[in-house]
Write a protein that binds this ligand. Structure first.
Ligand SMILES: Cc1ncc(COP(=O)(O)O)c(C=O)c1O
Length: 455
């Protein structure tokens, strides 16, 4: 019971108040670092997943972060903003040029850069996804998507997934499915129905063959769409960051069911758009187009906070409703950062690079799966990779302590990543990472797992 509750609190990330963290800090941090951590705690509200913080940074460049004590870590988390690496010079130069030209755009006006950016995104997005709105953050983008779906369908119900994350605002935690954001908060947005995510490894009921499991849940979504009859939208990441990588058939069933029952399909690609899965957009791996695509995070080159929705042009029907009223709705600086990010990805063939490294990584992880008794499963698409730690391959009992121990051992060796679901090493390096750097990371993980297995 305690273990299960514990896991519920660790779905989004490793917890910041664990004994293992305190031990790691005592062994690795000096007085100077502790004094900044203390000040942070004095002036910031404490909250799960942030303050009290792990460590203090003084640098972030390429695939690395550097702490106050000058130690470099390959950052395999990076909040998923580091497609083009941290402090990318090409992006910084574009931002500087834009700051000198036009640094802000007052409401009721537009500017050339933001129009060019919207045009570029529409051009890259598949199908009729041609109409854009920008927001300062991902949660606001998801919020706009929900509102647009409501206005267009004249319905309000949303189907979303347990264990999902779509942002930390009241409406987005309502569609999200993680305890740490929902507990103690009180009434959430009405009309949300949660369904199980397509996790074919950890099936919570002994029904169906493993390969049929996700199809059962796709059909369950179809069932709800039919029974409710008035659902506005199904909202999900096409690939959950853990990662859960469903089959093409899964999304095909849900897309067709949405069409049949008059619901929209909203894909939250805030974490993975612009290349993480080896395509501009994750849905392009599935040949399924959503009606609304949410983007964010690395959209501003890992520097400028900008997110948005790219909607099917048929949804351009809300001219009398203010879908958003964000102060930075048409930021020329955010747009310059976004345009430079896309150009950098294009000119450096990063999509192909990600596909190649992703294949290598999966091969490597599958070999590790055979060798290590603590690895229950591995999964990945492009440079979105996961290694699930279990106590025992047969019982599949989640290895919460073991995963945390592995994570801190990796950190001591210069590799930073976060855990999801409490026991999945979730690996999302900068897309500019070299093969050599990637293999260094796997060597660190391999050694650390072996150490924990050895006791
Ligand atoms: C899938 C997904 N959607 C939405 C968000 C929210 O984005 P933001 O933190 O910019 O509000 C996140 C953030 O981690 C996310 O992972």
């Amino acid at each position: 019971m305690k273990e299960s509750l514990d896991r519920q609190h660790r779905l989004e990330g490793d917890i910041n108040i664990s004994e293992k963290r305190v031990k790691w800090q005592k062994e690795n941090l000096n007085e100077d670092t502790f004094s900044v951590l203390k000040e942070d705690e004095k002036y910031f509200l404490k909250q799960s997943l942030s303050t009290p913080c792990l460590n203090v940074l003084k640098g972030a460049y390429g695939p690395y972060i550097e702490d106050l004590q000058g130690r470099k870590y390959l950052d395999f988390h990076g909040n998923n903003v580091h497609q083009v690496g941290f402090a990318n010079k090409f992006v910084i130069d574009a931002i500087k040029r834009q700051l000198d030209e036009l640094s802000f755009c007052t409401r009721r006006y537009t500017n050339r850069t933001v129009v060019e950016f919207a045009k570029k995104l529409s051009g890259l997005a598949p199908g009729n996804l041609n109409k854009v709105l920008f927001a300062p953050g991902g949660a606001e983008a998801v919020s706009m998507a929900i509102k647009l779906a409501r206005v267009y369908t004249k319905r309000y119900k949303i189907i979303s997934m347990w264990d999902s994350f779509h942002g930390a605002t009241l409406d987005t935690i309502s569609v999200g499915g993680e305890t740490v954001f929902r507990q103690d908060i009180g009434p959430l947005m009405t009309g949300v129905e949660h369904v199980p995510p397509p996790d074919s490894y950890r099936r919570f009921m002994d029904i169906g063959k493993p390969e049929e499991w996700e199809i059962l849940w796709a059909k369950y979504i179809e069932y709800i769409l039919e029974k409710e009859g008035d659902v506005a939208a199904v909202l999900s990441e096409p690939v959950r960051s853990t990662p859960y990588v469903p089959s093409k058939q899964y999304w095909r069933i849900i897309r067709d069911a949405c069409d049949k029952h008059g619901a929209l399909l909203i894909f939250d690609e805030i974490t993975h758009a612009l290349g993480r899965t080896g395509r501009w957009f994750t849905c392009q791996n599935y040949d399924v187009n959503p009606d609304i695509l949410c983007v964010g995070k690395g959209l501003g080159g890992g520097i400028f906070p900008i997110a948005g929705i790219i909607a099917d042009e048929k949804l351009d029907v809300a001219g009398r409703t203010a879908l958003d009223h964000f102060t930075h709705e048409k930021s020329p600086v955010g747009a310059a950062a976004g345009l430079a990010t896309i150009k950098y990805i294009e000119e450096n063939n990063l999509l192909e690079h990600v596909r190649n490294l992703g294949k290598l990584a999966l091969k490597k992880m599958n070999r590790m799966l055979e060798r290590h008794m603590l690895i229950g499963s591995v999964s990945g698409i492009g440079l979105l990779l996961g290694i699930e730690i279990v106590r025992d391959k047969k019982s599949m009992e989640p290895g919460l302590d073991e995963a945390e121990e592995i994570m801190y051992r990796c950190l001591s060796k210069g590799l930073s990543f976060k855990l999801t679901m409490g026991n999945i090493l979730t690996l999302t390096p900068a897309l500019v990472i070299t093969e050599e750097q990637l293999m260094t990371a796997f060597k660190i993980i391999d050694e650390s797992i072996a150490e924990v297995e050895g006791g």
